[in-house]
Design a protein around this ligand. Structure first.
Ligand SMILES: [Fe+2]
Ligand SMILES: [Fe+2]
Length: 138
């Protein structure tokens, strides 16, 4: 994961590494023309991992009284909704071509997530934790 996405909170950084790895896996599968099972696998992993990751950050934010908790959670809801919608379209897509095109959209969506949510919104949370000397849980 490029340094600009590393926020200094070990458990959050480790989870972001995984999201970054999924982004690369999705790009690879999509560009190498993998079949729909491979694309489906990456999709499923992303769908369930996004939920796990958001819960981790949200429980943590609430327990340490982070002032931006509510707006951060709203962004998680919107990201989760978009992942769900992309997944719904992927499942209904009639051809492999269509599935590959949607996988390409997911890659663009994930890059936006990395560049905006992680680099800006998650960074505010981690800066707050570092400033207040709060250790992130494992
Ligand atoms: Fe977040
Ligand atoms: Fe995050």
């Amino acid at each position: 994961m490029p340094e600009q996405f590393r926020l200094g909170c070990p458990s959050i950084d480790t989870q972001h590494e995984l999201i970054f790895a999924m982004y690369h896996e999705l790009l690879r599968s999509q560009q190498q023309g993998e079949d729909s099972y491979e694309l489906e696998f990456v999709f499923l992993s992303l769908n369930s991992y996004a939920g796990t990751h958001f819960r981790h950050e949200e429980e943590f934010m609430r327990s340490c009284g982070f002032p931006g908790t509510e707006s951060h959670i709203r962004e998680h809801r919107s990201l989760a909704l978009q992942v769900g919608q992309l997944r719904g379209r992927f499942v209904l897509a009639g051809s492999l071509e269509e599935k590959r095109a949607i996988a390409g959209e997911v890659a663009v969506f994930l890059l936006g997530w990395l560049e905006h949510h992680i680099s800006v919104v998650d960074r505010e949370l981690c800066d707050y934790l570092l400033e207040h000397h709060i250790q992130s849980p494992e």
